[in-house]
Design a binder for this molecule. Structure first.
Ligand SMILES: C[S@@+](CC[C@H](N)C(=O)[O-])C[C@H]1O[C@@H](n2cnc3c(N)ncnc32)[C@H](O)[C@@H]1O
Length: 266
């Protein structure tokens, strides 16, 4: 996806967090709970996790609030959000591609036990993904006397069978940019991960149509990055026709997230 850098660089922490999916609230709390379960965080076992493509770090901050956890956010484009800075969250300005090199900057010298890649895997060049995942796999550290083994969690959306209010041209772009579940599983296997499991997590969502249109016109997902303003304007008309709002101006849809986990053999 050629315009990912420009796309995220045009977002400030504020405009990014304005989008329904990334603001603190019930939806984010639900995801924090799901990630906490999948990662099997344990109060008796302090962990260090990398959140690759961790955005503004707000999701990491929500995770450390309730867990015995330190997170290093690896993020190439967005700036760290300037709220409630916690010494349990560190921020490194770098892309996932850094794992293609074995050179270790200071942050890479601290052992990390778990990896989160949330809503970011589709931004990593398909041709490089297995090598990046291998780089990550090689550096995951075992837990001494811990009940769990090092693991990765990829949170992403399905390539097809999505329910977001969109229009055909946007759905086509989505499909072209989003790797399939089967492809991601096979890439994790090629990188060495074992015990790969996945679930589809569904969340009934409601949002004022006007807000959704504003988010689309602000290009809140990179899906919209290459549409012109006029195309987004007519796309918003099409999506409203396809999914008319209720009497209160609200549209309803189902958010669907894939949670894919893999373990490193220890
Ligand atoms: C949809 S956002 C998700 C952010 C965060 N993980 C969350 O769930 O709130 C996608 C993120 O991927 C980051 N990104 C894009 N290309 C990347 C790359 N090559 N390596 C690491 N992160 C990347 C973007 O800057 C952006 O923060």
């Amino acid at each position: 996806m050629a315009s990912t850098a420009n796309h995220y660089e045009t977002h400030s922490a504020e405009t990014y967090e304005e989008a329904y999916f990334y603001e603190p609230g019930a939806y984010m709390s639900h995801l924090v709970d799901l990630v906490t379960q999948r990662m099997a965080f344990d109060d008796n076992e302090p962990r260090h996790m990398l959140d690759i493509g961790g955005g503004t770090g707000n999701f990491a901050r929500a995770l450390v609030e309730n867990n015995n956890l330190r997170v290093t956010v690896i993020e190439p484009f967005l700036e760290e959000a300037n709220n409630d800075k916690s010494d349990k969250v560190a921020f490194v300005k770098a892309p996932a591609e850094i794992f293609l090199s074995s050179h270790r900057d200071a942050w890479r010298k601290q052992p990390f036990h778990q990896i989160l890649i949330k809503e970011t895997i589709h931004h990593i060049d398909e041709k490089l993904r297995v090598d990046i995942l291998k780089g990550i796999y090689n550096e995951l550290q075992s837990f001494e006397n811990y009940s769990t083994t090092p693991s990765i969690l990829i949170v992403t959306r399905p390539q097809i069978e999505i329910d977001y209010p969109l229009w055909d041209a946007a759905r086509q772009v989505w499909k072209e940019n989003q790797p399939s579940l089967e492809q991601l599983i096979s890439e994790l296997e090629s990188a060495g991960f074992v015990d790969i499991k996945y679930t589809v997590e569904k969340y009934g969502s409601s949002i004022p149509l006007d807000r959704w249109k504003r988010m689309v016109k602000n290009r809140f997902w990179s899906t919209f990055a290459d549409f012109s303003d006029d195309e987004l304007e007519s796309g918003c008309e099409l999506l409203a026709k396809e999914r008319p709002p209720d009497e209160d101006g609200i549209i309803h849809f189902e958010d669907r997230l894939l949670f894919i986990t893999g373990r490193k053999i220890s």
